[in-house]
Design a binder for this molecule. Sequence first.
Ligand code: URA
Length: 209
Amino acid sequence: MDHLTVVDHPLVQHKLTLMRQQETSTSEFRQLLREISQLLAYEVTRDLAMTTKRITTPVQEMDAPVLAGKKLALISILRAGNGLLDGVLELIPSARVGFVGLYRDEETLQPVKYYFKVPEALDERVVIAVDPMLATGNSSVAAIDMLKEAGAKNIIFLCLLASPEGVARMKDAHPDVPVVTASMDESLNEHGYIVPGLGDAGDRMFGTK
Ligand code: URA
């Protein structure tokens, strides 16, 4: 997989535009996020390893394609990651799920850890870390650090929006972790928000502002 994949599918781009608009309500935002995360999940799983399984159709036997290896691990980077997680889980219902709790100190913009719980045998799974916004990259890089410490070897980072700074930071810290996103936006502002962005993803999906 390339280090950066921007999913330019027309449905993804249309839904993203609706999400960006400030007049989009919390319930519409949540619904769009659910829909867009399924489309992104489709792309992020494109290169999964396959094997075959002998099955019998009503007509005859065949060797039919199935996913190889252990169940995927989806890791939500709290709290906004949960919005992406729901839609991805609908597409991959048997995935194992973990959570990394990090919040961003609004002054230093540095990540602070408060929770970490991940599935066992992380080293044998494809691990998809989800967080809607790859902004400064500080918390995303810290989350990937923790997942690697817990044994993860094959990690993909899935987000909705990325900034050039965040992508560069991720590439620098974790060149082995591909980033899949719906958009690479222009820049970051002085508060660490993605520009033009969509505002605070957590606030918009949970209606906390
Ligand atoms: N987190 C958000 O929710 N939005 C941004 O623009 C940056 C970080």
